[in-house]
Design a protein around this ligand. Structure first.
Ligand SMILES: *[C@@H]1O[C@H](CO)[C@@H](O)[C@H](O)[C@H]1NC(C)=O
Length: 468
């Protein structure tokens, strides 16, 4: 390496360590806040609980303090966007984050004149579930759905076998003996159990009454890990990752590279969105069998210059699991730190779908290729857009069931999840920065002459929204 380049990298490293990077845009993907229990298991789930509202409000005020000076106090749709899945508590979550993020804007509302109503509505967009391949991931992909459903049937069968004793106790205590009926469809059998476990967990974390045997159930980690195990079936091969979460992976660079680009794009999402995305990116510990808790947040920051020097755009990924906690810097293992956007695209080329529509088609009307999984002689029939909740007596697992399970049983057991952590030491970027001769000269001058001043300025100006 040329000496000049070496010096430049050293200086850039100093700049990086001192927060001289210029933030260009941000994506925030968060799980909704705690929901109230909804005994009826209606699609959409219960509304946000008071605690859930507060979690989301706190996330909004946190983002305001992190990005004060980066985004304006007044809401501006050219700079900020909210996109939610089409479910009530998730839309409510986005609204609460918006309220917290624009609190001063709300409190300064003057439109009501004398009446002094301190509220400014902030638009939240949603994706209808049949088109949602970014957030709730409910868009149908016949080829992949059929394969996943076979795996899920198998998974549920094994789950019953492995937890026989607990399930018998549950059936005896609750009278839900249908759960023991092996002739019934697995997803149908599991529904009541899942909502029961959710109720136990809810009572436990809200100091509501629990019977002794229910308290014991709380210790049964295997039961509470049902959902993470379930969603693992969606992403356990590269092809499944591409067809299930690939569009969401692709959406990261696409959103950053959009023109005009938003300064901050917020996505109100689900535990399984974060889990399958983070696991696919390699930033969710495989041994962590929890799902991200209520309010868990992934922050992806995009930078394209350091001081006066334009660099190849790169991103930094942060994870914040509790609303009271500072985010932790994560490293996407294959992409490095910082993660250059071009490297990201290269590394995930197999995950980013080239033509999802085409790849999702089932050849020969779905009859041609018999599946090899034991126990299932027939390929499961798959309705395109499933009807909303209605019990069926068929022996297939339809997306409807996936939906119900996903909307009613978001397990967050006691231990906070531990994502793969990046040890936060500043390091020289692996890849040389893309700078022209003129830029190098400019950069050296700016950095050598101005480092002190810039560090000072950076601390004054950027400290508010870049936390290192
Ligand atoms: C949770 O607490 C409520 C009382 O608020 C009670 O009616 C309900 O049965 C409890 N749920 C479980 C699973 O024990």
């Amino acid at each position: 390496m040329e000496t000049r380049t070496k010096i430049l990298l050293l200086l850039l490293n100093i700049a990086l360590a001192n927060g001289l990077e210029t933030l260009s845009s941000v994506q925030v993907i968060f799980r909704h806040g705690e929901k109230e229990l909804d005994g009826t298991l209606e699609v959409g789930g219960g509304p946000l609980s008071d605690k859930g509202k507060k979690q989301m409000f706190d996330l909004g005020t946190y983002l305001r303090s992190r990005y004060a000076g980066f985004i304006r106090t007044e809401f501006d749709s050219g700079e900020t966007s909210f996109l939610s899945s089409d479910k009530d508590p998730v839309i409510q979550s986005a609204s609460m984050v918006a309220y917290g993020l624009y609190l001063d804007f709300n409190l300064a509302a003057t439109w009501s004149g004398e009446e002094n109503i301190q509220y400014e509505p902030i638009p939240v967009r949603t994706l209808p579930r049949q088109y949602d391949n970014l957030i709730q991931l409910t868009k149908s992909c016949p080829k992949n759905d059929a394969r996943i459903q076979e795996d899920l049937n198998e998974y549920v069968k094994n789950f019953f076998n492995q937890n026989q004793a607990s399930l018998e106790l549950y059936a005896e205590k609750t009278g839900d003996t249908a759960i023991l009926n092996g002739n019934r469809n697995g997803a149908d059998r599991i529904q009541n159990l899942i909502s029961f476990l959710e109720a136990v967990k809810f009572n436990s974390s809200n100091n509501l009454p629990l019977e002794d045997w229910e308290k014991q159930f709380l210790q049964e980690q295997d039961l509470f890990q049902f959902r993470s195990g379930w969603f693992k079936n969606y992403i356990d091969t590269e092809e499944k990752q591409r067809l299930y979460i690939g569009s969401a992976v692709q959406n990261i660079p696409t959103t950053f590279e959009a023109t005009p680009v938003k300064k901050i794009s917020l996505f109100s999402a689900h535990d399984h969105t974060l889990y399958t995305l983070m696991a696919t990116l390699g930033i969710w510990d495989e041994n962590n069998l929890q799902l991200p808790p209520d309010g868990a947040t992934l922050i992806i920051e995009y930078y394209d210059s350091i001081g006066a020097i334009t660099t190849d755009p790169y991103m930094k990924v942060w994870y914040r699991s509790e609303t009271s906690q500072e985010p932790e810097l994560l490293e996407i293992p294959q992409c490095g730190q910082p993660c250059y956007i071009n490297k990201f695209k290269e590394v995930f080329a197999n995950i980013i779908p080239a033509n999802a529509e085409k790849e999702c088609k089932v050849e020969g009307n779905g009859e041609a290729k018999p599946q090899t999984l034991s126990g299932s002689r027939k390929r499961p029939h798959l309705p395109k857009i499933p009807p909303l909740r209605k019990r069926t007596t068929t022996t297939t697992v339809s997306p409807k069931h996936i939906e119900i399970v996903s909307s009613t049983s978001e397990n967050t057991v006691q231990n906070p999840p531990s994502p793969v952590l990046y040890s936060a030491s500043a390091s020289v970027p692996e890849k040389p920065l893309n700078v022209s001769g003129l830029n190098i000269l400019m950069g050296v001058i700016v950095l050598v002459v101005g480092t002190g001043a810039l560090i000072f300025a950076a601390f004054q100006k950027r400290r508010q929204y870049i936390s290192i």
